[in-house]
Design a protein around this ligand. Structure first.
Ligand code: BDR
Ligand code: CA
Length: 309
């Protein structure tokens, strides 16, 4: 099994990433850390605890991290995720506690205590990860790899060329890649292959679990929001593709290439330049996920929801 720290900003699709990481037998989920992104830190942290409460995940520490990007203001994604970042279902009172440590302290402890390097899976802005790398450069060798949902090989979703997680904290993307850690970018180009069709929603509901019922309501809200905002009635379930790739590398293809993030562009701040042409000078510094085995991915999601309570 692969030891994993999941760093997230739940968020509808982040919830499925938590569930897949907790349920998949190939993953040993050691910690969940939260960051401001889809909602305020207070909301994303509460939502992580709710995701664990619904699914009966009681053995994973949860710690809160950064409440804003390294630079600039936070702009939450309330149009897609609702005012509480988890619109749709009635939310239960959480029955899992928040760890006393900060996200960076919890990551530090997990990395230090593990007997092997740990994989970090961020599904939100990279603020916590970049802060960890700033404060603890000595822990770089303890990180096996980083598999991040963010960026795009093509167009964006927050601005014409910037994806939300990259656009929220471009400096954090730059610092993470520049650290030399093994980074995989799971961007919109692949996440838009994971479309939540009516058939997918029905399979999630048909699991008959409490998690499935809650997940179905999340998907209904998420699809309605995407229909409204992006004219896409089958929303893309971005975040859990990262977890799926860690659990089963056969679920997606990737290429090694050069990735740079735009920090100063007049209209393109937060855009990721992924050199699929092989023309940009400089070393190949990242892996870029390309093609998703869609059936395999949805089977993993449905199996996870069925295995939880
Ligand atoms: C990313 O932004 C968030 O809204 C989602 O949770 C996902 O991490 C997609 O651009
Ligand atoms: Ca997210």
């Amino acid at each position: 099994t692969t030891p994993v720290i999941l760093d997230c900003d739940p968020g509808h699709d982040d919830v499925f990433a938590i569930w897949l990481a907790a349920a998949h037998p190939a993953i040993d989920l050691r910690a969940i850390t939260t960051v401001a992104g889809n909602g305020s830190l207070a909301h994303t942290t509460l939502n992580a605890r709710i995701a664990c409460t619904v699914a009966g995940i009681h053995d994973v520490p949860i710690a809160a991290g950064a409440d804003r990007p390294l630079e600039g203001e936070l702009h939450v994604a309330a149009d897609i995720h609702g005012a509480n970042a988890l619109g749709g279902p009635a939310l239960p009172e959480p029955d899992v506690a928040l760890d006393d440590r900060s996200a960076v302290e919890l990551m530090r402890d997990v990395l230090t205590e593990a007997s092997e390097p740990v994989t970090i899976v961020p599904t939100g802005p990279l603020t916590n990860v970049a802060t960890l790398l700033r404060q603890h450069p000595e822990l770089l060798a303890r990180i096996a790899r980083i598999v991040w949902m963010g960026g795009s090989t093509g167009r964006g979703n927050s601005t014409p060329y910037a994806e939300f997680n990259a656009w929220t904290d471009p400096e954090a993307v730059h610092e993470t890649i520049a650290s030399g850690v093994d980074v995989t970018m799971v961007g919109l180009n692949i996440s838009h292959q994971a479309l939540v069709t009516a058939d997918v929603r029905e399979r999630v509901r048909a699991t008959g679990t409490r998690t499935g019922a809650f997940g179905f309501e999340l998907m209904e809200f998420f699809c309605a929001a995407y229909a409204q905002v992006e004219g896409m009635p089958d929303a893309p379930l971005h975040d859990p593709i990262t977890v799926a790739m860690v659990a089963d590398p056969a679920v997606a293809t990737m290429v090694r290439t050069r990735v740079d993030v735009e920090l100063t562009g007049t209209h393109t701040r937060g855009a990721t330049s992924a050199d699929l042409l092989g023309v940009v000078p400089g070393e190949r510094n990242a892996n870029v996920a390309l093609d998703l085995d869609v059936d395999r991915f949805w089977s993993m999601i449905v199996d996870a929801v069925a295995a939880l309570r």
